[in-house]
Design a protein around this ligand. Sequence first.
Ligand SMILES: CSCCC(=O)C(=O)COP(=O)(O)O
Ligand SMILES: [Mg+2]
Length: 228
Amino acid sequence: MIEIRAIVTDIEGTTSSISFVRDVLFPYARKRLPAFIETHGDRPEVQHWLHEAAKEAGLVEAARQEIIELLLQWIDEDRKSTALKALQGMIWKDGYAAGDYRAHMYPEVAARLRDWRADGLRLYVYSSGSVPAQQLLFRYSEAGDLTALFAGYFDTETGPKRETESYRRIAAAIDEQPRHILFLSDIVEELDAAQAAGFHTGWLIREPLAWPVEPRHRAYRDFDAITP
Ligand SMILES: CSCCC(=O)C(=O)COP(=O)(O)O
Ligand SMILES: [Mg+2]
């Protein structure tokens, strides 16, 4: 008998649509990033992440314009850079606060998260988006403020999502044995990494994506189908 005590969920393609992230959030940050860095580039937290981005690119001394162009290129490549994600999150904050958009949430997600909480499960998020960006997304969601449902958030500061060690770190951080944790994602390589750490896995294959012939993880169309 499997006893699930904690659920860790991905965001893009799992709780929320890929198109919200790629067609709303990414272009919003792309358009505003140059002005944001020009205006806020002297703030210590912005300076820190600009420095980290330059380091990641192997640049010893980079002009501000060079880093801006690098970050724009990384947005286009959907690079899961911790530095880029931190800066994107700072820019998205303004958009949420101004009501320019609310975060997409698949229609059944909020109700199922509430049910799982009511059943005593602890809920966590693990996304490539920065922790502040995750908190904004669930605070300003189409289903209202869902942040109270989550006991914690993890981003790539814990490690890349396709590496098994990241899931071991999450299990240790939430003080739970991997065999009692269910990880939900739409990306099979992330599920493989979680499974190798001993997690249970749930593969979200949202409509209209094709159902795999022999899915190597338990596969679900939506959260309604999951019975942890
Ligand atoms: C926190 S919302 C933005 C998500 C994001 O930037 C991203 O790259 C999506 O990553 P995920 O790990 O949620 O698939
Ligand atoms: Mg995803």
